[in-house]
Ligand binder design. Sequence first.
Ligand code: URA
Length: 407
Amino acid sequence: MLAYTRGDVPDYQLAAFLMAVYFRGLSTSETFALTDAMVRSGETIALGAALGRRVVDKHSTGGVGDKTTLAVGPIVAACGVPFGKMSGRGLGHTGGTLDKLEAIPGFRVELTTDEFIAQVRELGIAIVGQTANLVPADKKLYALRDVTATVDNVSLIAASIMSKKIAGGANAVVLDVKVGDGAFMKSLADAQVLAEAMIDLGKHADLDVVCVLTDMDQPLGRAVGNALEVREAVATLRGEGPPDFTELVLDSAAHLLALSDLGVDLDEARRRAEQAVADASATAAYERWIRAQDGDPDVAALPAASLVYEVQAPRSGFVGRLAALPVGLAALHLGAGRREKDDAVDHAVGVVCHAKRGDPVDAGAILAEVHAHDERSAREAAAEVLAAYELVDEPPRVRPIVLDTLG
Ligand code: URA
C-alpha cells in the first residue's frame, strides 16, 4: 500500500487486485492485513492520548439526508465527552458532512492537526476535513474503485472505513450502517455482514465499535441538500426535528456516551442526551463550535434558493414508499452534490420531503418542496421527486429507523 501510495506500484496492478478481491472476497486475516497496510500508508493521530481522555467518533456509510453528525457532535460535547471527527465530502447521490458544514458562511473545514487537537481539548468538539496524509492509500484506492466498479465489496468498504477510524485516533466509534435503496447495503443481511467485518477490525485494532443498522429506504429526516440539512440539524438540537432523525440522533449520541469515560449505561446515556437537547446546552455547544471554526451559527445567514417549487399529491391515500435514491439524485441534479470529484456544490438547493412513509395525504397536498434557482431545474427535480413517491390506499407497515444494533 505504501508503494502504491508513493506511485511505485501502477494503477493497473492495483486494478487487477481490486477485481480479484471483488470476485473472490478477502478472508478475515486478509482484511486485517489490508486495513493495517492502509493505516500505515500515512500519519496517525493519537487523539485520545493527546487529550488524556477516551475520545469517541462516529461514521456513517452514507445516505440521503444524513446530517446526523451535525446534531450528534454538539449533544455529545454538551454532555462533557470529547468529540473529534474527520469527515469527507459527498460523491454521487450521498452527501458529505464537509459540504454541509461549508454551507455555513465562513466555516473553516481545514484545521492543522494541532489546531484540531487543541479545539477538541478546549471546546470538546471539532469536525474537520480529513488531512491529506491520513490514510492516503484510501484516497487513491477509492478513486480507483470508483472507476473500476469495485466500490461495492464488503472487505473493501470495511477496510476503507476502519482504516480511517483507526488512524483518526478515537478510542470508540459508533458506525451507522445504512440499509436500503439509498445505501451501499441494500438488505439487512448484507449490512449485518459489513457490520460484523468492521466490529472484527475494531477488535483487532483495540477500538470499541458499535454498529447501528438504520433505514435508508427513504431519506433521513425531511431535508436533502446542504443548507437545508444544516437548518434541520439545528432545529433537531432545539428538540424540533423530524421524528426519525431525532430518534437516530439520540440513539447514536446515547451509544457514544455509553462508550465514553462517563461510566454510564445506555439508559442513563440516553437520558443525558435528551437532557442536553431539553436544557439547550446542545444548541449552545453547536454555536460555540461553529464560531470556533469561524462560521456564523445563525440559520438566517445560511444561503437560500431563490425559488421554492411545490410537489403535490396527485391523489389521496397514504405514502407507501418514498424511495431515497431518486430524491438523492434529484438533489444532485439540482447541484447539491457532485457527479465528479472536483465539481462545485450549490449549498442552497435541495429537496424537503414533507410527507414520509406512512403519512396520510389528501389530493393536492404538498408532498415535498424543491429548492432551486431556476424554473426548469425545479420542474425536472419535482418530476424526479414525484416519481419517488408511491401512494397507496391502506396504511403501510412502517419500519423503525434503527433496524438492529451490533457490537
Ligand atoms: N465509505 C467509505 O469511507 N469507504 C467506502 O468504501 C464506502 C463508504
